[in-house]
Design a protein around this ligand. Structure first.
Ligand SMILES: Cc1ncc(COP(=O)(O)O)c(C=O)c1O
Length: 447
């Protein structure tokens, strides 16, 4: 996303054009940015450890066009449910190109997992006997809880440690692998996912070391061979204006250094290093275009838009911050007449005139249209003065955005568009009243 004069563009297509063609609220993704994110991560890690594979965390954005785009780049799929597996298969993934990492699975999940031919990653040893009722996997992995995790977003995004519902405590990992070996399984993987949105390279180094210190002695004592070691996703992106991006070069170097040292120390060989990012690949490539519909001067000033808590759940769910940019095309001509040429306006109070003079921002709270006070999802933000009809653009909405949206209050799900250079493509149409009622039974008797 960038500004040309006061207009917001995604690649070479303006927010105004997209809003006119598809309406608002509208999820917009930049294909180029997704490719860049993938290639940067892939290239950087492969430089340090060539046997490296990215499994894309489908949960972070499961639009088939996005999943397919990443598969075309070389991503395999990390799936959390049978439906995500079905989606990956529909798009052409098979066998080891799918890793099934569910948690608290039922027998139907386990049966379908085995039948799908995906790599199975069990969240607990208690699932092993139940899985074996349906077949013996060629390769089996367990999710390990290394006893510490981290998240820059929210404590509920910390996925390891004593409070976490995920994985096998690392001290008990050996029992799990011993049991699987006894059951006749010959090939193994190991997995952890300790937290989401972390931007400190040292953290990734520390969890990798901890996992390998658990895996190494186990491989030796049980005489088992590991096909892959999956250190999870969690690579963070900056959401706040002053947040620093993750230094991926430093991260890859640190992770691979410790990986090389430890695999050598424990004789683990040229094992495949796996990561399963979601946010890092798609987070900053997604945006929501919304329109200002109502402005209220109450005890404070509220700007009502069609982007609400059901369009983007993260602010209400995690207290998450999303930058807001303002497209002032409607009123730009007016501003030009008053001398405010070449305006640049962002959600961070960075508002400059053509002469470099800052324009006084206004403090407002941005709200959606849901009947919940929590729907005032961007509080007391300094933004250029907004008028009815203006477009806002919510940043960093590519991960855990649309896929977490829901049709509360009959405010139905947004459309999604993929912009690729000079072209834009509708990749999910806007939900309709009929879609909302899809699956409803016995409507006649309800009347
Ligand atoms: C098992 C697993 N893998 C990968 C991810 C992707 O995490 P992120 O988007 O932080 O990279 C998640 C996120 O919840 C997860 O639960």
């Amino acid at each position: 996303m960038h500004y040309k004069n006061s207009q917001i563009y995604f690649d070479s297509i303006s927010a105004q054009e997209l809003a006119k063609e598809y309406g608002t609220p509208l999820y917009v993704y930049e294909a180029g940015r997704i490719r860049e994110n993938f290639q940067r991560l892939d290239r950087t890690f492969k430089k340090h450890w060539p046997r490296f594979q990215i499994y894309y965390a489908v949960k972070s954005n499961s639009n088939p066009a996005i999943v397919k785009l990443l598969m075309q780049e070389g991503a395999f799929c990390d799936c959390a449910s049978l439906n995500e597996i079905l989606l990956a298969k529909k798009l052409g993934a098979k066998g080891k190109a799918i890793l099934f990492s569910g948690n608290y699975l039922n027998d139907d999940d386990l049966k379908a997992g085995i039948e799908s031919g995906a790599f199975i990653n069990l969240d607990d040893v208690s699932l092993l006997d139940r899985l074996l009722k349906f077949g013996k996997p060629d390769v089996l992995s367990f999710r390990i809880n290394p006893d510490f995790g981290k998240s820059n977003v929210h404590e509920s995004d910390v996925m390891a440690g004593k409070q976490a519902k995920f994985g096998i405590p690392w001290e008990r990992a050996k029992e799990a692998y011993a049991k699987a070996k006894e059951a006749g399984i010959k090939k193994f993987g190991v997995h952890m996912m300790t937290g989401s949105c972390v931007t400190e390279p040292e953290y990734f180094e520390a969890i990798t070391k901890k996992l390998l210190d658990c895996v190494g002695p186990m491989a030796h004592d049980l005489h088992i061979k590991f096909e892959f070691i999956d250190i999870g996703g969690g690579f963070g992106i900056p959401y706040l204006p002053d947040e620093k991006p993750l230094d991926i070069e430093k991260t890859a170097e640190k992770v691979c250094d410790v990986f090389r040292k430890k695999t050598k120390e424990f004789g683990l060989g040229d094992v495949q290093l796996v990561v399963e990012p979601g946010r890092y690949l798609v987070g900053d490539a997604g945006f929501i275009i919304g329109r200002v519909h109502a402005i209220k001067e109450s005890y404070k000033k509220f700007v009502g838009t069609d982007v609400g808590m059901s369009t983007l759940a993260r602010p209400v769910l995690y207290g998450a911050y999303h930058g807001i940019s303002v497209d002032k095309t409607r009123s730009f001509d007016k501003l030009r007449m008053t001398g405010f040429d070449k305006l640049r306006m962002t959600g961070h109070g960075d508002i400059k005139t053509g002469h470099g003079e800052p324009v006084e921002p206004e403090k407002v709270t941005i709200t959606g249209q849901a009947c919940e006070n929590a729907d005032a999802w961007a509080k007391d933000r300094e933004l250029p003065k907004l008028e009815i009809g203006d477009l806002i653009v919510v940043e960093n909405a590519g991960a855990y955005g649309f896929c977490m949206s829901y049709p509360y209050n009959g405010r139905l799900r947004a459309a999604e568009v993929l912009v690729d250079g000079k072209t834009d493509k509708l990749i999910r149409r806007r939900e309709t009243f009929e879609d909302w009622l899809l699956g409803v039974e016995n409507l006649d008797t309800a009347r």
